[in-house]
Design a protein around this ligand. Structure first.
Ligand code: NI
Length: 153
């Protein structure tokens, strides 16, 4: 296992579309382990493979319940109810902005062995699923930031 460098905003790789994972081999497993270590070291709640420069559809989310690995993830259901909360990204350190995300989502994804699971997330976990899955299509949270309404009621 090894820490990997987190790609920072401005690097064009962050705008690229990641490829579907077809090989569930040791290389994938090593990537997932490195991503978990890198995310924990940076004290993040999620990391996409593109953020370590690998254009594969792999995402890690950990909101304090232990790491969830999502390979080829897809949002299959989202609540009508929304949440507006500050969002940040390890590729844009020190910044945040309010976004509108579904309060609850259901995600279909594989694990490192290729087995399919359904993951449900509410609140921070739903936001993290959405944020990380966006990364796989080159979308950053800053694309979705809404005007600051703080202080206005
Ligand atoms: Ni991010």
């Amino acid at each position: 296992m090894a820490l990997r460098n987190i790609v920072k905003y401005g690097d064009p790789v962050l705008r690229k579309k990641s490829r579907v994972v077809e090989k569930f081999d040791n290389k994938l497993s090593d990537l997932i382990e490195d991503m978990i270590q890198t995310m924990n070291n940076a004290e993040g709640v999620g990391l996409a493979a593109v953020q370590v420069g690998i254009l594969k559809r792999v995402v890690i989310v950990d909101v304090g319940e232990g790491p969830i690995e999502l390979v080829n993830p897809e949002i299959i259901e989202e609540s009508k109810e929304k949440q507006i909360t500050p969002e940040g990204c390890l590729s844009l350190p020190g910044q945040s902005g309010n976004t509108v995300r579904p309060m609850t989502v259901k995600v279909k994804a594989q694990d490192r062995n290729g087995k399919w699971y359904i993951h449900k997330g509410t609140g921070l976990k739903a936001k993290a699923f959405c944020h990380e899955i966006d990364h796989l299509d080159g979308i950053l949270y800053i694309d979705k930031v809404i005007p600051d309404t703080e202080g206005k009621k």
